[in-house]
Ligand binder design. Structure first.
Ligand SMILES: [Zn+2]
Length: 310
């Protein structure tokens, strides 16, 4: 479990410095590693508005260390430099809407400068990782010990019906909303926000929909699925208020970053497996730096015995 979740990425992967015959394991080129990542999250499966793929990097450069993180922010780039990473893979794009400048006077331009000066490539897997099988919401469900039964919004191009947005899940042992919220607070990386809940805390949860990242556009699908609870991030007043008025659905709102971070571990293990298959000399790391932008939380004082606000 990640308590505090700060600091440099853990080098939990082994290095294939030599194979069983004692000869040196090959160091892959960036183009080979990117080709491997493309098999996991093909760019053409991203939403049309998205900006995925390789943002920086020379296809011929060698890659011996890869760092996975949610956000391509300066703090993460600095961590990649310190780690000696040759490739940073992030979930969020650096430039979603394009740009006309990479001058280092802007924080995104500073990121580009730091990457290039340190020979670090940047690759993004965003909505193509959301809908992948396994994808971002599978990792979220896994972190919460939920059994995935299918996608919340199936991808019509997948004949097997496994890819898609969000996941529908079952709990082998039903718990109350209060207990489920406590589980989410404990299992997801710690953030200032923690978990917000809307609904009866004593209601039983047998089925759950989860969606890593902003999920309040998915309420219609969640209602149609008839689940007991929905766990996602970035829930807003009006959609929550309307969802509560429409059904007894319990809502759990976690920090956006916390709902997507479990994917970094999943993605790292997927690349590690590919690397083993190729016999590459490649180390894969996951950043534990909290890049959720919210940094503090002040709880309201308890309400008076009649339940009225102070
Ligand atoms: Zn996101």
């Amino acid at each position: 479990m990640l308590s505090g979740a700060t600091g440099a990425g853990s080098g939990r992967r082994r290095c294939n410095a030599t194979d069983q015959t004692g000869s040196l394991a090959p160091v892959p080129r960036l183009s080979e590693v990117i080709a491997a990542l493309e098999t996991l999250w093909p760019a053409e499966r991203a939403e049309s508005w998205d900006a995925v793929g390789t943002v920086a990097g020379d296809p011929d450069q060698e890659v011996t260390r890869v760092l996975f993180a949610v956000d391509p922010v300066q703090e993460i780039i600095d961590e990649a430099v310190k780690l000696g990473a040759d490739l940073l893979v992030t979930h969020h794009p650096l430039y979603l809407r394009g740009t006309t400048t990479v001058a280092a006077t802007h924080f995104k331009g500073r990121v580009v400068h730091t990457l290039i000066k340190n020979d670090i490539a940047l690759h993004v897997a965003h909505t193509n990782a959301d809908t992948a099988d396994p994808g971002v919401s599978d990792a979220l469900a896994g972190a919460l010990d939920l059994r995935v039964t299918g996608p919340l919004v199936p991808d019509p191009t997948d004949p097997e019906g496994r890819r898609g947005l969000g996941r529908l899940c079952a709990l082998d042992h039903p718990v109350t909303v209060r207990e489920f919220a406590a589980r989410a607070a404990e299992r997801l990386p710690a953030t200032a926000q923690g978990i917000r809940v809307a609904g009866d805390p004593e209601a039983l949860v047998r089925t759950v929909a989860v969606s890593g990242g902003s999920g309040d556009s998915l309420f219609d699908h969640v209602r149609a699925a008839g689940v007991d609870a929905f766990l996602t991030a970035d829930l807003r007043h009006h959609p929550v208020s309307e969802a509560r008025a429409n059904s007894p659905l319990a809502l759990l709102d976690a920090a956006h970053w916390a709902t997507e971070w479990p994917w970094c571990e999943l993605a790292a293990s997927q690349l590690d497996e590919i690397s083993d298959r190729h016999g590459w000399d490649l180390r894969v790391h996951v950043s534990k730096t909290v890049t959720d932008p919210w940094t503090a939380h002040a709880a309201s004082p308890p309400s008076d015995p009649l339940g009225a606000p102070n």
